[in-house]
Structure formats: structure tokens, C-alpha cells
Write a protein that binds this ligand. Structure first.
Ligand SMILES: [Zn+2]
Length: 209
């Protein structure tokens, strides 16, 4: 599988481009900004975007989704519990002092238990609320990777002081949905360096396994 991680925008959100080498189809996760750079990655690998997946509707993760869909035609997958955040992108843009991007809306709701497939690659949707009510993580069992959005970071967890945040729920999500994955699973967080489930279970100062 092709996997490129590109930190995008002022908040350096980790955008993932997941490509199937045979079908040349791709999933783009969290195209928050820098859509030109994301399109260049797709072109460099000869990939066609088939799905745009939003881990949660904070502006740094969703900001470029409308533009990327306009360029590629790929539908937007997101959990409906975050619609209220997508609906207030103007307010979120105000927090950052940037122009509000267009709300892409949801083409296909992403729910716990859904499996997204491109070629031989499969990504399981885990509903991991807490940072936001509709936060999801994408588990790629064959690749032993999980793309966790802003739920679990190396040595940290997502903030829960923004609208819809819930400290109890983020702990439940991490323990119940992420720490149950194999220890060697690589975590690609929404920001910063990758880690593993085993490492965070042992060393994460906020949620121990
Ligand atoms: Zn966030």
C-alpha cells in the first residue's frame, strides 16, 4: 500500500493519502488545507481519489474537503455526530483568524463497523468520540495501522475543552477501541509523530492501558 503523510495548514494536521498499488485508487484522510500539495501526491503516484474521509469536523481537518471533492469528485465520509461542527466552520475560522472554508457536508455517513475498501485495502471505521462527538479512527488491519485523528497522540490525547468535547468519553474510546488493538499497531495521529498502541498503553501520561 502507498501511504503518504503530509502535514497541512497552519496547525499541521496530518493528512494521509492511502493508495492501492494495483487499482491505483486512493483514500484521502483529513485534507485540511494545502489541496494543491495533496493533488500533487495523488498525481505523482498515479492515484485516483475514491473517498475523502474526515476524522472529525475541526477546521484543520475538514477545511480543504470541499475543494478536494470539487477537484476529484470523491465523496466525503464523516460521522454525522460532527455535523454541528461542520455547520459552524465560520466560527472555527474566527478562532484561527482565517477565511472560512465551505462546508463539504456529508455524502456518506461513516459509522462504527463500516468497512471502506479500495482494491485489496480495507479500513474499518471505529467511532471514537471524546475530542468531538463524531470523531472516528480508521483501522487498517492488514497494514497494522490506525489513523486516529485527534483522539490519541504520542504522549498525549485530544483536547476536550472545545464544543462537544467529553473527557470521560475520550478515555472510554481510547481504552475500549484503540488500546484493544494489537500492541504493534502504528498510530498515525492527527498531529505530530507516529507512535504505537503498545507504547502509549505503557507511557501515555493521560490514559494508561
Ligand atoms: Zn481537532
Amino acid at each position: 500500500m502507498i501511504h503518504e503523510i503530509l502535514p497541512v495548514g497552519a496547525l499541521q494536521c496530518n493528512c494521509s493519502v492511502l493508495g492501492d498499488e494495483l487499482s491505483r485508487e486512493a483514500i484521502v484522510v483529513d485534507p485540511g488545507d494545502d489541496i494543491g500539495e495533496i493533488v500533487k501526491i495523488l498525481q505523482r503516484h498515479g492515484l485516483t481519489a475514491k473517498m475523502i474521509v474526515i476524522t472529525h469536523a475541526h477546521i484543520d481537518h475538514i477545511g480543504g474537503a470541499h475543494k478536494l471533492r470539487a477537484l476529484t469528485g470523491a465523496p466525503v465520509y464523516m460521522n454525522e455526530d460532527d455535523s454541528f461542527l461542520a455547520d459552524n466552520l465560520t466560527v472555527q475560522a474566527g478562532w484561527l483568524g482565517v477565511q472560512p472554508p465551505e462546508n463539504p457536508g456529508i455524502d456518506t455517513p461513516a459509522n462504527e463497523g463500516d468497512t471502506l475498501r479500495i482494491g485489496s485495502m480495507e479500513a474499518h471505521v471505529l467511532h471514537t468520540p471524546g475530542h468531538t462527538p463524531g470523531s472516528i479512527s480508521l483501522y487498517l488491519p492488514l497494514e497494522q495501522k490506525v489513523i486516529g485523528g485527534d483522539t490519541l497522540f504520542r504522549n498525549s490525547i485530544g483536547r476536550t475543552d472545545l464544543p462537544g468535547g467529553d473527557t470521560g468519553k475520550i478515555g472510554q474510546s481510547i481504552r475500549g477501541k484503540l488500546y484493544v488493538l494489537p500492541d504493534e499497531t502504528v498510530v498515525i495521529p492527527g498531529h505530530g509523530d507516529s507512535t504505537t498502541i503498545g507504547r502509549e498503553k505503557k507511557l501515555n501520561p493521560f490514559v494508561r492501558g
